[in-house]
Design a protein. Structure first.
Length: 107
């Protein structure tokens, strides 16, 4: 069964990172892994929330309880990450979760 990875954006009022560029690269890499990318939808197996700043609005205002990782400026899940390393760190989290999901391990 094809897995879906969602990318959800904040409103973009205070972007300190290139949200669009990061999302584009994530979308390409996710597709290369054989997963389907969906945007701004909660019906995914895993969601990448991309907020341009530390306010983290993409995740803060989400009502979804789907497994996720949250990018808030130059931080992932509240851990500072160099902007040049964001894509690699995000993909690591996506792959780890999908692999666990495929093995039947939740969490």
């Amino acid at each position: 069964m094809n897995k879906h990875v969602g990318i959800t954006f904040c409103g973009g009022c205070n972007p300190r990172i290139d949200r669009g560029g990061i999302a584009k690269k994530i979308g390409e890499l996710v597709s290369e892994q054989g997963y389907t990318v969906v945007f701004n939808r909660s019906d995914a197996d895993f969601i990448v929330y991309i907020s341009g700043c530390s306010a983290n609005c993409a995740h803060r205002y989400s009502k979804s309880d789907t497994a996720h990782t949250a990018v808030a400026g130059a931080a992932i899940d509240a851990i500072a990450v160099a902007e040049t390393e964001l894509v690699g760190e995000i993909m690591s989290r996506v792959r780890d979760y999908i692999e666990r999901l495929e093995k039947g391990i939740r969490g």
